[in-house]
Design a protein around this ligand. Sequence first.
Ligand code: NAI
Ligand code: PHE
Length: 313
Amino acid sequence: MARDAQTGAWFIVAIHSTKLGPARGGTRMRGYASLDAAILDVLALSQAMTWKFASLRFPSGGGKAVIVGAQELGSEARRLLLIRYGEHLQQFQGRFQTGPDVGTSPADMSVIAERGTPHVFCRTREKGGPGDSAPLTALGVQAAIVDIASRLNGSPSLDGQRIAIQGVGSVGLALAKLLLAQGASLLVADPDPTRRACLQDPNVTWVDPDRVLASPCDLLVPCALGGALNHITLPSLRCRGVIGAANNPLATSADAAELHARGILLAPDFIANAGGAVGCTGIEALGWSPERAQTEVETRIREALAETFSIVE
Ligand code: NAI
Ligand code: PHE
């Protein structure tokens, strides 16, 4: 943990495990109610990264970073902060390796890597990286959705399935397009009014963000921030399956037991949303082609879910 002298922003890096390989995880940039809240979040998120890579049998450990207190910066001050953050990461000598997350983008990754910081994933294509992780994340979430639909319906078809998506940012939007192409009908919510223009389709119904979790549907996909499913929201769910696209969508592990008790099938987030991290790291660290990354993501997620359900069923 270090404080940036120029801006007062905090760089907080959490290394959860290096047992299977270097600790890898995104750098998140957002506001928190307190520094303690940021530390708790980064610790939980770093553990989720360890579980993510291990579940998909990928040779990587888990970590995460947050930059706190930088929301108000102008674009040039923000760019200089990211360069200093990149320099800060060099002390880990590859033990922690980062990529994009909520509040950071491939363009930001290019800036972080600008002064020679190695192992920064998902830089822009112009800078030699594979670009955004969201398309591979969405592809993996779709594979998890098909798997859960198969278990619930005895058929992998999504034709006519009613799927609710909470949050149509980078991942949610890419996912919505994949699901519409498979014939699903969507209920979507996002408090950002600019998102509506990105998703105009007769099979999309926009719902109030406060009501999306309680909307009657076959499958629910939390795709915004963590902790959306908690003791307040869980009793109102009216779905048969939940697919974790957001990291840590359950507020506590007791919430998973509550879902189980209510007969709602859960595809855990650390499996369902692993496609971006595993696919992009596979491309950049293991030399996978983009086509191979897609196949690996879909296959590994299906296998991880099969293994998980073979234990719990
Ligand atoms: P994003 O920031 O592009 O999108 C999040 C969207 O959720 C925004 O459009 C925001 O307005 C919306 N939102 C916020 N609060 C909401 C609410 N109460 N109800 C409905 N919508 C709300 O982020 P991105 O990249 O799409 O990530 C979404 C989630 O998926 C995050 O939890 C992230 O950690 C997780 N994730 C992302 C991966 C990636 O490759 N981008 C990989 C794995 C997980
Ligand atoms: N945001 C990604 C995740 O939560 C983190 C990531 C992306 C890490 C790409 C490495 C490479 O899974």
